[in-house]
Write a protein that binds this ligand. Structure first.
Ligand code: ATP
Length: 310
């Protein structure tokens, strides 16, 4: 029986990493019907997936040029680096290239020139499934399956126990809500079940990601404004998942970025400014203008304006 167990366990873990990768892709790209043209290397470099097994990753872009179509370059030489365990925030107007940066981290596309590095290796050195297993995404809009809420959270990791699921849900601040439902974790959600609010769905996504325990977290903030209470709950849930973990936040609300180790202000595919919140405000440039505009209009919980102030 033991002889059978090892290969079965091995198959199970392959299945689990493929499934995790699919969940993330599904989230992030909304089941795009695009062909993925990236190929695995002949001799892939191994990479541990879970923070439980290895320290958080380092991330770097080195002079990255990229476009979706040959005739239109979108990123014009992007460079930055994030040390293990730090939080880097990308802000900027719509169409600046923020989501494109996260897609390249996932190696959904290959760069035209330059390097996207994770843990000191070009992402092209890794097997795609391994790379994607090491990255967790909390997307703008979470896909829920027509199944129980427990299943929807447990999807983050195949071998999770009910106890693991409940611990993740508690950290994500959704456990109390779940147990208040008549059928608790067995409540069906999705199209044919209970409809969850945007904030609840996002906390399900955070719980999934806590279970997945990836070494790199990409957080794609929702563009839609959330009420202040929901916003606060989500912020603290996010702190639970991003603490100690290298995190890249695509930020739409400046309130999220004030504590970032580095903020990149992206506009028209170029990093126009970079630094910490206080330094950027003091510098009186683009970021300071965005901050002043947002703060003056509605307070820091509101969305970043789509147009940079003149
Ligand atoms: P937003 O804040 O609106 O999400 P963003 O800064 O994330 O914007 P990206 O989604 O990275 O911007 O898009 C950058 C540019 O690349 C835009 O001009 C967009 O039209 C273009 N683009 C994005 N995805 C594709 C695609 N799949 N094919 C072709 N062009 C694309």
């Amino acid at each position: 029986l033991l002889q059978l167990y090892a290969p079965l366990n091995f198959l199970g873990s392959i299945y689990s990493s493929i499934r995790n990768a699919l969940v993330d892709l599904e989230h992030m790209f909304g089941l795009l019907e695009e062909t993925v043209e990236v190929a695995d290397p002949a001799r892939p470099v191994p990479i541990a997936a879970r923070l439980h097994d290895a320290p958080p990753v380092s991330v770097a872009f080195r002079d990255v040029h990229f476009g979706y179509r040959r005739d239109r370059e979108i990123l014009h030489g992007i460079s930055f680096s994030a040390a293990p365990g730090t939080l880097i925030a990308i802000v900027g107007p719509t169409g600046a290239g923020k989501s494109t940066i996260s897609r390249l981290l996932f190696r959904f596309y290959d760069v035209w020139s330059g390097h996207v590095m994770i843990d000191g290796h070009d992402v092209r050195d890794y097997r795609q499934a391994d790379l994607r297993a090491a990255i967790g995404v909390v997307p703008q809009d979470t896909v829920l399956f027509n199944d129980t809420i427990g299943y929807n959270i447990g999807y983050g990791r195949l071998d999770a126990t009910q106890e693991d699921i409940e611990r993740a849900a508690s950290l994500a601040q959704i456990h109390d809500f779940i147990v208040s439902l008549p059928e608790g974790y067995h409540t069906r959600v999705g199209e044919r079940g209970l409809k969850l609010s945007g904030g609840e769905k996002q906390r399900v996504a955070i719980a999934r990601t806590i279970l997945k325990d990836p070494r790199l977290l990409i957080l794609d903030e929702a563009t839609s404004a959330l009420d202040t209470h929901t916003e606060r709950e989500i912020q603290s849930a996010l702190r639970a998942v991003s603490a100690e973990r290298t995190t890249v936040v695509i930020a739409h609300r400046l309130s999220t970025v004030v504590d970032a180790d580095e903020i990149l202000v992206l506009a028209s595919g170029r990093v126009q400014e970079r630094g910490r919140h206080g330094d950027l405000v003091a510098a009186g440039g683009l970021y300071a203008g965005m901050w002043a505009a947002q703060d003056a209009a509605t307070g820091p919980d509101q969305d970043v304006p789509d147009e940079l102030p003149a």
